[in-house]
Ligand binder design. Structure first.
Ligand code: G3P
Length: 227
C-alpha cells in the first residue's frame, strides 16, 4: 500500500517527502484554508505543491458546485501541471463532471465516498482514484473499516480498462486518523492511504523503537567511555 500525505502545507509535504516513502499528496479546501491560504493564491499554491512533488499525483479539489463549474475549474487545475489530479465530490454534478473530464484524459480523484455503490458509480464515470472516508464513520459511532472493506471488494471485482486514461482504479483510504486505520486499510488491500502529517508521524514512531534507540545510545556511550 502506498502512502500519500493529506495536507496543503508545503513544509509538511517537504518533510514527508524527505523520508523517501511518499507516493502522492491530497488536499482539500479545508486543508488549504488551514495553511492561511487566500482565494487568489489557491491555484499558484497547488502548482507549488505539484512542482515540489514532480512525478507524484497531487489531488487539487474543485470548489465549484455545478457540473459546468467543476469541468471549467477541473480543466484549469489539470492544466497547471501534468501531475495534478482533479478532486471532485461524488454527487450528480461530480459524476457528470468526472465523465466529461475523464473523456478529455484528466485524472479524477472522486472524494467524499461513503458507500460501495458510490464507489462503483465513480469508477464507471471514469474516476482514476476513489477516496472512501474512514474516520468520519467513527465520528458517528459507525464502523468505517467495514464500509472500506465493501468498497475495496466491490471495486476490485471488476476490470476498469478503458474507463479512464490509465485503465485502472486505485482506492485511496481517506479520513485516516490513526496508525490502526492504516493497518486495517492495508489488510483489506486498499491501494493507498492518505494520511495527515501528525498521523503519519505516529506511523513512523513507536514507543518501543524510541526506547530501543535510547538504550542503544546509552550502551554505545559506555563502549566509547571504556575505549
Ligand atoms: O482526505 C479527506 C480528509 O482530509 C478528511 O479527513 O479527518 O476531516 O475526516 P477528516
Amino acid at each position: 500500500m502506498k502512502f500519500f500525505i493529506d495536507t496543503a502545507d508545503l513544509d509538511e509535504i517537504a518533510e514527508a517527502k524527505s523520508w523517501g516513502c511518499l507516493a502522492g499528496v491530497t488536499t482539500n479546501p479545508s486543508l488549504y484554508a488551514r495553511t492561511g491560504g487566500k482565494l487568489a493564491d489557491f491555484e499558484p499554491h497547488m502548482l507549488k505543491i505539484a512542482e515540489l512533488c514532480e512525478g507524484l499525483p497531487v489531488s487539487a479539489e474543485s470548489t465549484a458546485t455545478t457540473a459546468e463549474g467543476m469541468i471549467e475549474e477541473g480543466r484549469r487545475l489539470a492544466g497547471l501541471a501534468p501531475n495534478i489530479v482533479v478532486k471532485l465530490p461524488v454527487c450528480e454534478a461530480g459524476l457528470a463532471a468526472c465523465r466529461a473530464l475523464a473523456d478529455e484524459g484528466v485524472r479524477i480523484n472522486m472524494t467524499l465516498v461513503f458507500s460501495a455503490p458510490q464507489a462503483l458509480l465513480a469508477a464507471n464515470a471514469g474516476a482514476r482514484y476513489i477516496s472512501p472516508f474512514v474516520g468520519r464513520f467513527d465520528d458517528i459511532a459507525q464502523d468505517g473499516i467495514s464500509q472500506l472493506a465493501d468498497v475495496v471488494a466491490c471495486v476490485k471485482n471488476y476490470d476498469w480498462a478503458g474507463r479512464n486514461v490509465d485503465g485502472e482504479v486505485e482506492i485511496i483510504t481517506a479520513s485516516v486518523r490513526t496508525p490502526n486505520h492504516v493497518t486495517q486499510a492495508a489488510l483489506l488491500g486498499a491501494d493507498i492511504a492518505t494520511v495527515p502529517f501528525a498521523a503519519l508521524k505516529k506511523c513512523v514512531r513507536h514507543p518501543l523503537t524510541d526506547q530501543g534507540l535510547a538504550s542503544f545510545e546509552a550502551d554505545w556511550k559506555k563502549v566509547v567511555e571504556q575505549a
